[in-house]
Design a protein around this ligand. Structure first.
Ligand code: GCU
Length: 595
């Protein structure tokens, strides 16, 4: 496939948030038209489809999808003669020419659309990494920043029956002020990485809602319903037929209805992931959702699910497709990864380090797997940059908006391995209060680091711990820190009377590479790390969960070791081809004991 290459300079304005109705919750309940499939693309590393030669934004960029009107007309691009890429999908694994590519790619999709009378139409993106400028029929709809959360724009006034062209400029260049920032240990897959749909709604519709048990309660449902449109003060009924619930509420002048009622519900749990059909019926709209109800809280160093102490038997996962590689995006990808986790004996997964695709969450809900969901505040972010904070807050708002009705999500994680400083603490405390204001029902955590009090004692006393419900800690004793047996003599302490989830531990092995237990990169060395880790973890009195790093080998530009890594991080318990390493069975044995 021959890709057309064009060139430009690299100065980017920080992104602005999409200005429209908020995020539409639960697109599954809507009449949608998929725009997935092959999109024409133009690879534009010099962004000459956006800027003129003076590096000023041009009014006549590729978003115009211009065609020569006469033989003398000068147009230097043509989407319809250009190559195509599949959407959803990252560009890096679709053609070797773009494997390492970081920059701009323009996407164009032509479509016809007969809008029904008295309806509104929105274009909904599951995600696009990283900065997306979106245009319809040459008009700018808006910009979205952040590669892992959904966004939508209204196109009611712009869409026409035939000959529509949707153009998206996607730029995955890394930036210091971005979230994530320049350095990560995962592949910076670029593109329109998740589904794109046209969503049709009534003129006044149920735009968003939260229907969950009140924090700490096992029979009191509380939440809200938000209408968008003209006719806002409506009567809205919440029905849960199987539980004999039918309660009506009145939306105020802003279309907001607060809901509150008792109900006798079978509670969602890994053993019984009960999902109820829930109907939200307004006078002008009706949506159906499948919602589980469970309570999650802490008491001292315990984590309580539905009032009973629980141990989170977990594993970390990147949103990377099993077997084929590249960004995961399908229900099948999710089922494969979560089934491997279940086979390991997991009742919990840490979805690192950014919001995964919605199928992962919906399948975890259905399969009974609790979820730690994280935003990519990863390593050293620009803590003092207000735009960076606004960006992180926005990604938090969007993931909570999308997933707040999923029982599977038990923990929102604010960050991973961030260095101690006052600016960092202020930044993360801002996110914590933002998360609590958006969702008072779930636990908050972060993957923190530890330090040695003395040669034999690890201490978790990161000041951030004071503001979290659950302590998360990453440690690599036996891999980055000494040899496997070093774990044997280690004791763990914390200054907090809170539960700990050891959110990362492990070591690398190339599947099929064998040797003695002290030879790096062999399955025996990795197994050796796990044997000693499990011994150490069992001795931690406040440990209430573990999520070893990581379920499956994943691509990382930081891992070039030839013949072993070849740009894969090999800490998987399973190889990228689904082959289970020795350490998988060691972890499985322990999780079976815990069960
Ligand atoms: C870190 C980090 C991961 C990384 C892992 C590793 O702790 O959180 O993103 O991949 O260590 O070094 O393999």
């Amino acid at each position: 496939m021959k890709i057309l290459i064009l060139v430009s300079l690299l100065v980017l304005a920080p992104g602005v948030r999409a200005q429209q109705v908020g995020l539409i919750t639960n697109t599954e309940a809507r009449k949608t038209t998929s725009l997935d499939g092959q999109w024409q693309v133009i690879v534009d590393p010099y962004e000459s489809g956006y800027y003129d030669y003076r590096y000023q934004p041009s009014d006549n960029g590729y978003f115009k999808n211009a065609k020569p009107k006469s033989k003398s007309d000068l147009i230097e691009y043509d989407f319809d003669k250009s190559a195509t890429l599949k959407v959803p999908g990252d560009w890096n694994t679709q053609t070797d020419q773009l494997f390492f590519y970081e920059g701009t790619v323009w996407y164009k999709k032509s479509f016809d659309y007969q809008r029904r009378p008295d309806t509104r139409v929105f274009v909904y993106f599951g995600a696009a990494n990283y900065l997306a400028d979106v245009y319809l029929n040459g008009e700018k709809l808006g910009r979205h920043e952040g590669g892992f959360t959904p966004f939508n724009f209204e196109i009611t006034k712009l869409v026409r029956d035939t000959g529509n062209f949707l153009v998206v400029k996607v730029d995955n260049k890394r930036r210091l002020d971005a979230v994530p920032t320049l350095m990560t240990d995962w592949w910076n897959y670029g593109g329109i990485t998740r589904d794109v749909e046209l969503i049709e709604t009534p003129t006044t519709f149920v735009q968003d809602y939260m229907v969950q048990l009140q924090r700490g309660s096992r029979d009191h449902v509380s939440g809200w319903i938000k209408l968008a449109g003209e006719k806002l003060s409506q009567r809205i009924t919440v029905r849960i037929p199987e539980a004999g619930v039918s309660r009506s509420f009145t939306a105020d002048g802003n279309g907001l209805a607060t809901i509150d009622f008792n109900a006798d519900l079978k509670l969602w749990s890994p053993e019984n992931p009960k999902l109820y059909e829930v109907f939200i019926e307004a006078e002008t709209d009706r949506v159906r959702d499948l919602i589980g109800f469970r309570s999650i809280e802490t008491r001292g160093t315990d984590i309580l699910l539905n009032g009973r102490p629980i141990f989170l038997r977990g594993v970390c996962i990147h949103d990377e497709a099993p077997l084929r590689g590249g960004r995961a995006y399908s229900r099948e990808d999710a089922v494969t990864l979560l089934s491997w986790a279940k086979e390991l004996g997991a009742n919990f997964v840490r979805l690192a380090h950014y919001p995964h695709n919605e199928f992962m969450i919906r399948e975890a809900d259905r399969m009974g797997i609790m979820v730690w969901s994280e935003i990519p505040v990863y390593w050293t972010i620009q803590w003092e940059n207000p735009a960076t904070l606004e960006n992180a807050r926005n990604q938090l708002s969007e993931v909570i908006a999308r997933d707040k009705n999923r029982a599977a999500i038990v923990i929102w994680s604010m960050a991973n391995e961030t260095p101690l400083s006052d600016a960092r603490l202020a930044f993360l405390r801002n996110l914590i209060s933002h998360a609590r204001s958006l969702d008072p029902t779930r636990l908050l955590s972060a993957a923190m680091e530890r330090h040695y009090l003395d040669a034999k004692t690890q201490m978790i006393d990161d000041p951030l711990g004071e503001f979290l419900d659950v302590l998360g800690c990453n440690e690599y004793v036996g891999w980055y820190d000494g040899l496997p047996e070093k774990a044997d003599g280690l004791e763990w302490k914390t200054k907090y009377e809170k539960p700990l989830v050891m959110s990362e531990f492990g070591g690398e092995a190339q599947f099929g590479n064998h040797g003695d237990a002290l030879t790096r990169w062999t399955e025996e060395y990795q197994a050796n790390v796990y044997e000693h880790q499990i011994g150490m973890l069992k001795r931690i009195p406040f440990l209430r969960g573990t999520s070893p790093w990581i379920l499956m080998d994943f691509r990382s530009p930081r891992r070039p070791l030839p013949g072993i890594q070849d740009y894969w991080n090999r800490k998987g318990l399973v190889s990228d081809r689904g082959e289970k390493k020795k350490a998988f069975y060691i972890m499985q044995r322990w999780y079976r004991e815990l069960q």
